[in-house]
Design a protein around this ligand. Structure first.
Ligand SMILES: [Zn+2]
Ligand SMILES: [Zn+2]
Length: 212
């Protein structure tokens, strides 16, 4: 199958929600719907997609804010790594600290990403879940074909922050290194910012390493 990716930056932190759609069937996976559920629904209607599941790279509040509404709207499952269960439950604590008092509705994960086969079949999609803790305890990267949805594990400027709830720098470094086995031609679709080639990240890291 061939798929099309629509990025929808949303919310205060311009977090990316990705809609991955199957060009033949119109089935779609929703990755990290962080906020603006109505606009995400409008995009889905406009393109006549049929959502089959929501997958999250991690459970920071800015990536999960629209999950509950979209689960209810389409009656679809929600996949999250169980390492982020606690963070998910505490999402509003961090929303208050970092953004505003208006709470997000905390969704209930129906599937644990750590329990899936690699690759797993979700609807018509083959998804490889790569466990990459460090930005949070349950952070994952989701590989679909030649695209890697990296959440905040990899961002355009390099590996993500580890000073936020659930962060661990040593763990993140090990996780980033575990991705070196992947082809450099893979397109990384980060949680914030524009896509980039995986190879360009390795070049950047070796340049940074050489100058420090
Ligand atoms: Zn995050
Ligand atoms: Zn983020």
């Amino acid at each position: 199958m061939t798929h099309t990716i629509t990025a929808f930056p949303n919310g205060k932190w311009k977090q990316n929600c990705y809609i991955v759609s199957d060009d033949d069937t119109g089935q779609a996976l929703l990755i990290d719907p962080g906020s603006q559920a109505q606009e995400i629904q409008d995009l889905i209607s406009l393109r006549a997609h049929t959502p089959v599941a929501i997958l999250n790279t991690h459970a920071h509040y800015d990536h999960i804010g629209a999950v509950a509404a979209l689960m209810a709207q389409y009656a679809i499952p929600f996949y999250l790594h169980r390492g982020d269960d606690k963070l998910l439950k505490q999402a509003n604590l961090y929303k208050i600290l970092f953004e505003s008092k208006a709470p997000v509705t905390i969704p209930q994960a129906t599937h644990d990403l750590s329990q899936l086969a690699v690759p797993a079949q979700i609807g018509g999609f083959k998804v490889s879940v790569l466990f990459t803790p460090g930005h949070t305890q349950g952070s994952t990267c989701l590989q679909i074909g030649a695209d890697l949805f990296s959440g905040d594990t990899l961002l355009p400027g390099g590996p993500g922050r580890t000073d936020l709830p659930g962060g661990d720098k040593k763990m993140l470094t090990a996780s980033v290194n575990s991705l070196r086995n992947l082809p450099g031609t893979i397109t990384v679709r980060p949680g914030h910012g524009r896509p980039f080639a995986l190879a360009s990240l390795w070049e950047k890291l070796s340049r940074d390493g050489a100058t420090t």
